[in-house]
Design a protein around this ligand. Structure first.
Ligand SMILES: [Zn+2]
Length: 142
């Protein structure tokens, strides 16, 4: 396990939530993590390079107060009532849920912190166009 993985993973949930709510055309496609940085690929018909990165960064950091992060397991039938599980392999019968209390609930099997206050300072470094309707955000936590 990488030392910052839980922090980056949890930061990614917050960034994805804010992006998808602010930019209705945006859909998170995939996230990748290195030692202390993360990449988030997002599909969007709108050009995401025009968004105000400084404001997005500020808004992500505002969530870093003291929100508890709860993890639990739902059986697939229950989870399907709340989430789009179309990308989850059919063999998976139990779905792990990550809930940032009062903010966001997302199915995710990865590692996360117990409280958003553990994440530290989030920095949004860049957004690049990496294909048709596809944008890559890079970020770090310190
Ligand atoms: Zn996650």
């Amino acid at each position: 396990m990488k030392p910052n993985e839980g922090r980056l993973q949890t930061a990614e949930h917050v960034l994805s939530h804010i992006l998808e709510h602010r930019e209705p055309a945006a859909r998170v496609v995939i996230a990748n993590f290195q030692d202390d940085s993360g990449l988030l690929e997002v599909s969007s018909v709108e050009d995401l390079r025009t968004i105000d990165l400084a404001k997005l960064q500020t808004d992500v950091n505002k969530v870093w107060k003291h929100l508890a992060v709860k993890k639990y397991v739902l059986n697939r039938n229950e989870a399907e009532k709340q989430f789009d599980l179309s990308r989850l392999p059919g063999s998976i019968a139990e779905v792990r849920i990550v809930e940032i209390i009062g903010f966001d609930t997302t199915p995710c099997k990865d590692l996360h912190v117990e409280n958003t206050s553990e994440i530290g300072v989030f920095t949004l470094e860049s957004v690049k166009k990496v294909g048709k309707d596809r944008y890559r955000f890079s970020f770090r936590v310190d």
